[in-house]
Design a protein around this ligand. Structure first.
Ligand code: SAM
Length: 250
C-alpha cells in the first residue's frame, strides 16, 4: 500500500514537471525571433510594386512635405532610415527636401536596391540616398544611430509589430523621432485620397485602424518612449480612411 502511494506520488510529480516544462518552452518559443523566408522576396515582386508606387507618386510627395515640415528637415543634418521603403520613393522625396540629411532606404527585398539607386540618380539625390538590406524586426544598425526613422505601408508585413517598434526605439538616438504607419498623411487633400482609394490602393491585409492605433500606442508606451502620439486623421468625409501613424520620440 505504501509502495503504491509512493509510485502514484512520483507519477503526479512527473506529470506536473512535464506540464511546467512544456509551458515554459511554449513561452520561450513565442519570444524567439523568426527569420523571414528571404527567398520569397523576388525581383518580380520588387518590379511589380515599383510600378504601383510610380502610379501614385503624390502619396510620397505629400508625406515627404509633411515630414519635412514637422521635423524641420530643410534646416538640419542627420541620418534618416525608411523601413520597408520598397523602391525608395519616400527616401528620395525626403532627400530632395534637406541638403544635409542622408537617407537610408531599407527593405527585406534586396531587389529594391537597384531601383532605389536609379530613382535617386533620376532625382539628382544619389549622394544623399543609400540602400541597406534590413528586416524591420532585426535591424543591422547600432543603438542610438538614427535621427529620424520612417515607415509607410510596411508594418503590417513585419514578423512582429512589437519587435519592429522595439528595434526602432533601440536604433533611434535619444531625442530622435519615428513616424511609422500606413495610409496617408493628414496634409493629403481629400480629393486625392478619394481617388487613390477608389483606384484600389493596395492588396495589403485588411485591418481596423482604431485597433492598430491602440496597439501602436501600447507598444511605444511600454518601451518608455519620451513622447508618443498616434495620428488618426478624421477628414470631413468620414468615409475616407487616412490610415494610422505612430509618432514616437526616444
Ligand atoms: C506595400 S510595400 C510599401 C513600400 C513603401 N514603403 C511604400 O509606401 O510604397 C511593403 C514593403 O515592406 C517590405 N517588407 C515586408 N516585410 C518586411 C520586413 N520584415 N522588414 C522590412 N521590410 C519588409 C516589402 O518587401 C515591401 O517592399
Amino acid at each position: 500500500m505504501r509502495l503504491a502511494r509512493f509510485i502514484v506520488g512520483r507519477i503526479v510529480v512527473l506529470v506536473v514537471c512535464t506540464v511546467m516544462a512544456v509551458n515554459l518552452m511554449a513561452e520561450e518559443g513565442a519570444a524567439v525571433y523568426k527569420t523571414p523566408d528571404y527567398g520569397k522576396f523576388t525581383e518580380a515582386q520588387a518590379i511589380g510594386f515599383n510600378k504601383t508606387a510610380k502610379s501614385r507618386a503624390t502619396i510620397y510627395t505629400r508625406l515627404a512635405e509633411y515630414l519635412a515640415g514637422r521635423f524641420d528637415l530643410g534646416e538640419r543634418n542627420g541620418v534618416g532610415i525608411d523601413l520597408g521603403g520598397g523602391p525608395g520613393d519616400l527616401a528620395v522625396e525626403l532627400a530632395k527636401r534637406g541638403d544635409r540629411f542622408y537617407w537610408i532606404n531599407t527593405d527585406v527585398n534586396s531587389w529594391n536596391s537597384g531601383l532605389t539607386l536609379t530613382l535617386a540618380q533620376e532625382h539628382n539625390v544619389a549622394g544623399k540616398v543609400g540602400f541597406v538590406f534590413a528586416d524591420a524586426c532585426n535591424l543591422p544598425f547600432r543603438d542610438n544611430y538614427a535621427d529620424l526613422m520612417v515607415s509607410r505601408g510596411s508594418y503590417q508585413f513585419w514578423g512582429s509589430l512589437a519587435d519592429g517598434i522595439k528595434e526602432v526605439h533601440r536604433v533611434l538616438k535619444p531625442g530622435g523621432w519615428a513616424f511609422i504607419g500606413r495610409g496617408f498623411p493628414p496634409n493629403a487633400p481629400e480629393a486625392e485620397v478619394r481617388e487613390l482609394r477608389a483606384g484600389g490602393l493596395a492588396k495589403a491585409p485588411k485591418y481596423v485602424p482604431d485597433e492598430d492605433a491602440i496597439l501602436l500606442r501600447e507598444i511605444a508606451t511600454a518601451l518608455g518612449a519620451a513622447k508618443v502620439e498616434v495620428i488618426r486623421h478624421k477628414p470631413e468625409d468620414a468615409t475616407l480612411n487616412y490610415g494610422v501613424w505612430l509618432v514616437m520620440q526616444k
